[in-house]
Write a protein that binds this ligand. Sequence first.
Ligand code: SAM
Length: 216
Amino acid sequence: MFFNSLKNLVKRNSLLWGEDVAEAYHGAAARDMQVHWDQFIEPARTRHPIDYSHVIDFACGYGRNTDFLLAWAEKVTMVDVNKHNIDYCKKKYVNNPRVSIKECNGYDLRDIPDKFCTFVYTFDSMVHFPPKIVKAYLPEFFRVLKPGGYALVHHSNYTAGGSGANFRNSPHWRNYMSAEIFSNISKAVGFIIADQTVHCWGDVSDLDCVTVLKKP
Ligand SMILES: C[S@@+](CC[C@H](N)C(=O)[O-])C[C@H]1O[C@@H](n2cnc3c(N)ncnc32)[C@H](O)[C@@H]1O
């Protein structure tokens, strides 16, 4: 019953960023990556002693984040629910032995073993996820991280529409979530909140948050 409800959410909400938006989203976003990195990622990542031995780029799209993460990471495992994105990345990184790619089911990481990686990273994806899917993934991030590992999660800080609202009507398609709710879910799973920074997205102030989590 619980899994059926998650599967339905994935069918309705999670398959919107594939081939149909190859240029409109993935192409345009790749050109913005340096600006996004400087604003959202670099300040947060440099405040913590993150071990980049094995990084998961979660909800990876076409890999614009992986391209940056490879500057530090020894290995990157890319994960996404959309088969088109997975196939795209398999071709893009075919000659890179430091990159591996896994398709997931949209609500857990069952094909990834416990204590698999040292850093879970996700940018510009979970901002759109339904809260139930965020809640389903957080224990999985905890499980796949080695003790002492960090997760850097870019998520929504938008609650104005209410929890049942259609996220397509929200600014920049942000789903219902807040820094406080995200922090509470993460703590319940066992994470330490290392850092939270609320950000604007475009001209909408306080719309997003970058949370850095530590597994004790
Ligand atoms: C807006 S794109 C961002 C892609 C990438 N992070 C970037 O910054 O370019 C959202 C990504 O999240 C993936 N996605 C959406 N729902 C997902 C889910 N439930 N589980 C895993 N990936 C998901 C999509 O397939 C897509 O690749």
